[in-house]
Ligand binder design. Sequence first.
Ligand SMILES: Cc1cc2nc3c(=O)[nH]c(=O)nc-3n(C[C@H](O)[C@H](O)[C@H](O)COP(=O)(O)OP(=O)(O)OC[C@H]3O[C@@H](n4cnc5c(N)ncnc54)[C@H](O)[C@@H]3O)c2cc1C
Length: 338
Amino acid sequence: MHRQALIVGGGIGGLCAAICLRLTGWEVQVFEQAPEITEIGAGLQISPNGVKILEHIGVMERLESAVFEPEAIEIRMGVSGRPILYLPMKGVAAQRWGARYLQVHRADLITALSARLDALQPGAMQTGCPVRGYAPCKEGAEVILANGRRIQADLVIGADGIHSRIRHQMLGPDAPRFTGNYAWRALVPAAQLGALAPPPSGCIWAGPKKHAVTTYVRGGAVVNFVGIVEQRTWREESWSRTGDRQEALADFDGWAPPLLAILEQAEVLHKWALFDRAPLPKWQDGHVMLLGDAAHPMLPSMAQGAVQSLEDGYHLARALGAAVGPDIVAACARHYGQ
Ligand SMILES: Cc1cc2nc3c(=O)[nH]c(=O)nc-3n(C[C@H](O)[C@H](O)[C@H](O)COP(=O)(O)OP(=O)(O)OC[C@H]3O[C@@H](n4cnc5c(N)ncnc54)[C@H](O)[C@@H]3O)c2cc1C
């Protein structure tokens, strides 16, 4: 049976959904507003629940050279570096949870997902293709591109991230709530840090009213830093805003040498405010679904946003099974327990 899905957003959730639907016989089209895949984003922790999906849908083999498998997840005191907790992961996670716990750069994950999709259905993703909205149509829904073109399908998926236009149209303007935290983000080649490179783990460095997390990406060649600091006021929600080095160093003044070395040596320091959102009353409007951060954005401290987007795409395709016509709407509703 010929079924077509249009996916708004070629991020982690959109690409995973496209692959999973394609593997179950759908024809898919992904519309991504960015003109090309760039380095936006940083390190992601992919826990075993996400790795299992990447293995199952044939993406892991394209990602192997880019991932880093840490020895452990650990907690240390931010100032002294004194170890507090050490949970072995390498060789243990696969035994205990059935897959490895990995760290990866967001751009490498997107590249692997889009390569897999292209192998399954060449040309399925169109970049430089912003979507303006959607409309219901007979037996399905249509996507309205920014250039005014309309395309119909059996299913439209809004996987357009935290600032989702599809969510905005479905539910009106959202009301992000500043969490009282902002975050620093930095990448530094591990070789450049030498003896000051952080431990080969997912390491949480804890302190009063702030904490940092160090991980590795690019197969272990690059250290990824996220430092979260409490502050009462903020205005802007952006992942790409840059920050001042002296300000970052002042925030972590006196902290362990590996953290200060990262802040001193990072070419660019990003600073962004952490906003939260109340759960949405619904994620579906007939043949239109929301998925990933568009439906349920998650704070980075949970380290599950990317993985949850992968799970969304995978389970949505499973829930749809062989559904056609009105059964698609019912299958989507069942998937989201509505
Ligand atoms: C620094 C940082 C660290 C993080 N660490 C982790 C972690 O360790 N583990 C984890 O699981 N998660 C982590 N996350 C969260 C994770 O990156 C997100 O939750 C995840 O990327 C959400 O995936 P998504 O596909 O829903 O959205 P995105 O990946 O944001 O993709 C949305 C896509 O839609 C496109 N788009 C938007 N609007 C339109 C439009 N109108 N038309 C067409 N295209 C459009 C965007 O360009 C984008 O490509 C982290 C996030 C940050 C910022």
